[in-house]
Design a protein around this ligand. Structure first.
Ligand SMILES: Nc1ncnc2c1ncn2[C@@H]1O[C@H](COP(=O)(O)OP(=O)(O)O)[C@@H](O)[C@H]1O
Ligand SMILES: Nc1nc2c(ncn2[C@H]2C[C@H](O)[C@@H](COP(=O)(O)O)O2)c(=O)[nH]1
Length: 247
């Protein structure tokens, strides 16, 4: 009886937090003294799950500022394509690439926030708990490299302001992701096998649903399987305040 009471209380708290943050996105005021608080929302999901497309939709709202993943930085470091290096030889370039991902994501987390809600594509957390974890568990990253990256990650979390108020998890099937990656046909991703996407899917589930790694914020799960037009209804059903704008 007690455990079900606890579950209900937790659910009510989560719903209140999510509603509050979604109100912020629509421009509602926050805080007891009516001051506007600022919030950060990280959109997480597998490769090709539709994160960029979701962010493009929300970038039209006056109270949101959207920052996409710095993929173009990873593809051009003084003319060198770290993303391509990583896909071609993850054992050789995994540490180099993940070190740069960690730096560029930290820069986004800590950049000055102008509007009420900052929506980010992925985070320093998924880089560590999903991608670095995959390199380590698959034997492509030796223990010493994993340990060095982890000590850097732990230090940054202790010393930097990496606040996240909500995680939106765009949940898709690996088969759907693969089909969309092929549609997008980014040159570096041509050889991505379904098995890689299945492993990444499981690591996202381990973190965001099974909580095998610490969660910095509540998780709102959206079904990313719908086609684009349907997805707008999915956004609306979960964020009615965003679409109505401020009262
Ligand atoms: N709901 C959807 N239905 C069909 N195609 C989609 C959908 N969302 C995104 N796409 C397409 O799939 C590809 C990957 O989408 P994208 O938003 O770039 O995913 P991500 O940023 O998660 O990698 C793009 O070509 C995009 O146009
Ligand atoms: N090895 C890693 N690859 C990463 C990481 N973050 C993103 N990526 C790759 C996956 C895609 O090929 C590309 C962009 O991701 P999308 O999901 O937006 O398509 O970058 C990472 O931390 N490690």
């Amino acid at each position: 009886m007690f455990s079900s009471w606890r579950k209900t209380t937790n659910l009510l708290n989560l719903q209140k937090q999510v509603k509050g943050i979604m109100n912020a996105i629509s421009g509602h005021h926050f805080g007891t003294d009516g001051k506007t608080e600022k919030h950060t929302v990280c959109v997480e999901g597998n490769i090709g799950s539709g994160k960029t497309t979701l962010l493009e939709y929300f970038s039209t709202y006056p109270y949101t500022e959207v920052t996409k993943e710095p993929v173009e930085k990873w593809r051009n470091i003084k003319g060198m394509n770290a993303l391509e290096y990583m896909y071609k030889d993850a054992s050789r370039w995994g540490l180099t690439f993940q070190t740069y991902v960690q730096l560029t994501m930290l820069q986004i987390h800590t950049q000055p926030q102008v509007k009420r809600v900052k929506m980010m594509e992925r985070s320093i957390y998924s880089a560590k708990y999903c991608f670095v974890e995959n390199l380590y568990q698959s034997g492509k990253m030796p223990e010493i490299e994993y340990t060095v990256l982890t000590e850097w990650f732990d230090f940054l979390l202790k010393t930097q302001d990496i606040k996240v108020d909500l995680i939106v998890y765009l949940k898709t099937k690996p088969e759907t992701d693969l089909r969309r990656i092929k549609e997008r046909c980014r040159p570096e991703e041509k050889q991505i096998p379904l098995e890689y996407l299945e492993t990444l899917h499981n690591l996202h589930e381990d973190w965001l649903i099974k909580k095998k790694f610490p969660l910095p914020a509540p998780v709102l799960v959206l079904n990313g399987e719908y086609e684009k037009e349907e997805m707008i209804k999915e956004y609306e059903s979960y964020t009615p305040h965003i679409l109505r704008g401020p009262a």
